[in-house]
Design a protein around this ligand. Structure first.
Ligand SMILES: C[S@@+](CC[C@H](N)C(=O)[O-])C[C@H]1O[C@@H](n2cnc3c(N)ncnc32)[C@H](O)[C@@H]1O
Ligand code: SF4
Length: 418
């Protein structure tokens, strides 16, 4: 059987992916405004000048979803993630209207995980109960740090008192809560980072996302770099906070994601397990499978332009088929971030290509001690997790085989939810 598959491939008979069943589907909704822009942030987020146009924007999201419907006809949506920007800037009534409109247009699984990203300011905290009543069942709080001076250095609009109050309110109202934390902050010591991790686990949130602060191009921190810890100090900080989280019972199931047993983020797992997602809203990304192809789409990024393009019935800024040569790389780019890897059968089920199509790359990665597999699972080794970029790059095919004009494949954003 395997020989037959390889032979068909060589003759080109399998030059396109083939799906007999489509992967699970998630919905991402982007809300692009924040009170002000944080100096380190490269997300598609814009300082709201005055009132955010929530009614007009929710109308545009509905038009956008209707534009997407023919691509996801009849498919059930397993998870929803409302990210930003700062979705908690929207009123509870707007989020209620958004979720009702989503339910009216797509088949949302009855047990769907529905996450909303929230800032810990007082103004947002007062809305948490309303978000819960609207149907949000997971709250992701952008805490960043519980330390007053680090919050200030990060230019956050909330202080440590508000961070604690928001954490308490979120956990009192929601069964499922995530805290976003960052480490290797300007002038941060190992002891301070440990204290931050200890403060977070004292609340016992089911999930923690822990990001190394990166200095991104086109940010204020890039123009005026703050004194962040050097590489060795950052590695010490990382080891210390990871140890704290492990001691408190959190499993590091992905590079930056830690969960209590069984509390992994289903929406993000779907990204990493190479599921499908439809993204609506300014700059949102989609990856969608059809019987014989996988496409990636990106919507117009600037809120004003996005609103105009949706009104014109053309919200897509990019729409490209993933080339067959890129599919294996894209799958591995995501799957190898997972500590426990993925079931081996997911490769064929979610790329529409036989696992034999990357047999050479798999054998190479195994021989280098970066990857291990058996009949049921493909997973990175501890060495492979340490040198994840090198491992992922082994699956990148030579560009010569790329059809002329095909755009370069972009790595998906890897921070929580996006
Ligand atoms: C869209 S934001 C979260 C929601 C909300 N806007 C907030 O900031 O509270 C997603 C998360 O990405 C992380 N993040 C943003 N910029 C980062 C950077 N330059 N380096 C590391 N993590 C970053 C932060 O932890 C942030 O909470
Ligand atoms: S970190 Fe969050 S609040 Fe700050 S600018 Fe980015 S999206 Fe907005």
């Amino acid at each position: 059987m395997m020989e037959a598959i390889v032979a068909r491939q060589e003759t080109g008979a399998l030059s396109r992916p083939h799906f007999s069943a489509l992967p699970p589907l998630s919905l991402y909704v982007h809300i692009p405004w924040c009170v002000r822009k944080c100096p380190y942030c490269d997300f598609n987020s814009h300082a709201a000048k005055g009132e955010v146009p929530e009614t007009g924007y929710v109308d545009a999201l509905f038009a956008d979803l209707e534009f997407a419907l023919p691509s996801i006809w009849g498919r059930r949506v397993a998870t929803v993630f409302i990210g930003g920007g700062t979705p908690s800037l929207f009123s509870a009534a707007a989020i209620d209207r958004l979720l009702s409109g989503v339910r009216a247009r797509v088949a949302l699984a009855p047990e769907a995980e529905i996450t909303l990203e929230a800032n810990p300011g007082t103004f947002e905290r007062e809305k948490f109960a309303g978000f819960r009543a609207a149907g949000v069942n997971r709250l992701s709080l952008g805490i960043q740090s519980f330390d007053a001076k680090h919050l200030q250095a990060l230019g956050r609009i909330h202080d440590e008192r508000e961070a604690r109050a928001a954490a308490e309110a979120a956990l009192a109202l929601f069964d499922n809560v995530n805290f976003d934390l960052m480490y290797a902050l300007p002038r941060q010591t190992v002891a301070e980072a440990e204290a931050d991790a200890a403060a977070a686990v004292a609340f016992a949130p089911p999930h923690l996302s822990l990001y190394h602060l990166t200095i991104e191009p086109n940010t204020q921190f890039h123009r005026r770099p703050p004194p962040v810890p050097d590489e060795d100090s950052a590695a010490d900080i990382e080891d210390a906070v990871h140890a704290r989280l492990a001691a408190a019972g959190y499993h590091r199931y992905e590079t930056s994601a830690f969960a209590q047993p069984g509390r992994e983020c289903r929406h993000n797992l779907n990204y990493w397990q190479f599921g499908d997602y439809v993204g609506i809203g300014a700059g949102a990304h989609s990856k969608l499978s059809f019987a014989d192809r996988i496409v990636r789409q990106v919507r117009y990024k600037q809120p004003k332009q996005y609103l105009e393009r949706v009104a014109a019935g053309a919200p897509l800024m990019e729409n490209a088929e993933v080339t067959r040569d890129d599919i294996g790389f894209e799958f591995m780019l995501n799957a190898l971030r997972l500590t426990d890897g993925v079931p081996a059968r997911f490769f064929a089920e979610r790329t529409g290509c036989p696992l034999a199509s990357i047999a050479g790359e798999l054998a190479d990665a195994e021989a280098r001690g970066l990857l291990e597999r058996d009949a049921t699972t493909i997973r990175p080794t501890p060495l492979g997790r340490r040198f994840l970029n090198d491992l992922q790059l082994l699956f990148l095919r030579e560009r010569e085989s790329r059809p002329r004009g095909a755009p370069l494949v972009r790595a998906e954003p890897v921070r929580d939810g996006h």
